[in-house]
Design a protein around this ligand. Sequence first.
Ligand SMILES: *[C@@H]1O[C@H](CO)[C@@H](O)[C@H](O)[C@H]1NC(C)=O
Ligand SMILES: *[C@@H]1O[C@H](CO)[C@@H](O)[C@H](O)[C@H]1NC(C)=O
Ligand SMILES: [Cu+2]
Length: 691
Amino acid sequence: MLPLILVVISVTVAGADGTVTSTPHPHPLDPLSAVELTAARAAVLASALIPARPISFHYVGLDEPDKPDVLSYAYTSTSILPRRALVVARAGGQSHELRVDVTAASAPTVLSHAVHRGAGFPMFTAEEQVAAGALPPQYPPFLDSLRRRGLAPRDVGCGVFSMGWFGGEGVEKGRRRAKMQCFVVGGGGVTTANFYARPLEGVTLVVDLEAMAVVGYSDRVVAPVPKAEGTDYRADMVGPPFNGPAAAPGVVVQPEGRGFHVDGRVVRWANWEFHVGFDMRAGPVISLASVYDADAGRRRRVLYRGFVSEIFVPYMDPEEEWYFHTFMDAGEYGLGTAASSLQPGADCPDNAVYMDAYYADGDGMPVKVENATCVFERYAGDVAWRHTEAALPGQVVTEVRPDATLVVRTVATVGNYDYTLDWEFKTAGSIKCVVSLSGILEMKATPYTHADQIVGVDAHGALVAENTVGVYHDHFVTYHLDLDVDGTDNSFVKNTFVATRNTRDPATGGAATPRRSYWTVRREVAETEADARVDVNGAPPAELLVVNPSRRTKLGNVAGYRVVPAGATAASLLADDDYPQRRASYTKKQVWVTPYDRAEKWASGMYAEQSHGDDDLAAWSARNRAIKDTDIVLWYTVGLHHLPCQEDFPVMPTVSGGFELRPSNFFERNPLIRTRPPGNSNFQNCSCRAG
Ligand SMILES: *[C@@H]1O[C@H](CO)[C@@H](O)[C@H](O)[C@H]1NC(C)=O
Ligand SMILES: *[C@@H]1O[C@H](CO)[C@@H](O)[C@H](O)[C@H]1NC(C)=O
Ligand SMILES: [Cu+2]
């Protein structure tokens, strides 16, 4: 990631004029409405518990009711549950945590208050990033640096970079500081929309975010500012002529209308039902996903809650200007606050429906993101199952079922990177999570203009344009997956493939069969957290499942869901004692399982900014709690090593990774066996647009 700079676009602030009203009885997992956010703010400001001023709001989110209450609301009673907000605010140099009851928006009450004493800070606010952006042009040494490069202050924009943690308590304790680095946006009459392509290499400021003052400065390296030509990606700057490969425009038509229903934020489609939430740190949150089992004649629970808990992005250049680029995009910047308004017909197909989202700004006021999430049915011409049978006497039988799915999509644009987060529901019972990366590389200015000049150099990136290096880095996208497979009490199972020598091997005297080897499966049920830390690339290969030991098929197999990696299984290569790695040590394994604890939501810890790693997923797992036949949470990390190439410039073609949660002995048989074959799909007018 690179930081949010200057202004937040495509969001509108909900008016205090009553234009936004709360629904009378929200679902207990609905995100806080504009009215509820406003009420939480009012309660905090009115509270005597925080005497210091000013108060800035860094996180305001739903403080969910206890899980048993939500389950009983969803599956039995639908009794109205209290609405509570969790607020993390800064005042007087301290991080305050407050729980506020906003059930009656006109009379919100603070239920609890605590001051965070440990390491780490809450997310940055957009407002403080904007305010910090105004500091460099008022700072004389910075003006000198610009003058030396022949630039004017208006030619440059600066962003706030989290500074990570590199040991010790030091003078930084209690001080919320960040670094700032700058980019050339104008100058010489040239402008480009590619903010990140023209770094002012060598210049780093340190800002105190609470005093809002520059407290450190260095201008160390002089490398040429990369040229603006060829950096833009806007259609009106790139072309015409548009001479790239041409494809026919997309067509989506549903002649009989949409196949799904949205009731508030509950989505019902085919055999699936789930709730779509939103959080300013996590972005989209999928809850209470259940699937209808036609053979059993009932709805069965699969996923209590799933969301992206963290995106850790460490860069691989140890130099002064780059070593601290070790971003935690969710915990430091927020995936929800970074949600982009989706562009109908481009970000999502024409048959999509949209949901808005709200979050709190730094002043605690609601901000609306229009069309933050879209929901659409996808038919990409794929096959759900098929068979052609030519061996029957006198006939050929072919049966095919097309595979239609339902996608819930949100895009988080965290500075330079755009993460498209998809939750795809399949009628065969799978949930597929895909994260797709696009956007702009983080680039370093360099004197080099040809790859041969870098040969033999200890390189930390690849030349992607003249004077421009795309710096090596990783993306680790960690999902919190509270699976409740057919109920709350689950276990984690490893089915390891074991290569076995045939004991009746003819080479050792046996003669009954010529086969010398085969593989079989060793089934292990994880007893404690230590048994459930898995490097999916490590030998031996294994299938990983969350099962419900008390639910078996009629044949006696235990009902479960497998987690199946779908590419992008990179693990961190950093040394265990390297500071960024200590803050995200869970990135050495893709899979972890913890017992459910409502406090354990954020893989990098509640206070990720400048965290020390003492409250991360690996630290919780080190307690080695029992995880057998209890409520468990599966954590899965999608990982990519990113070695930039020229095609990633000036803007990256999308690259995806993910995983699938796939039923395994959950159903009695293929749940799609009784689906109808497709009817006549030769719609005459399928070149029309659905809208
Ligand atoms: C949101 O989506 C609706 C429906 O497609 C569209 O009319 C509207 O212009 C979109 N709003 C924004 C801000 O993109
Ligand atoms: C296709 O469109 C034409 C013109 O609008 C209409 O007359 C015709 O009935 C349509 N055909 C089908 C199969 O919908
Ligand atoms: Cu990347």
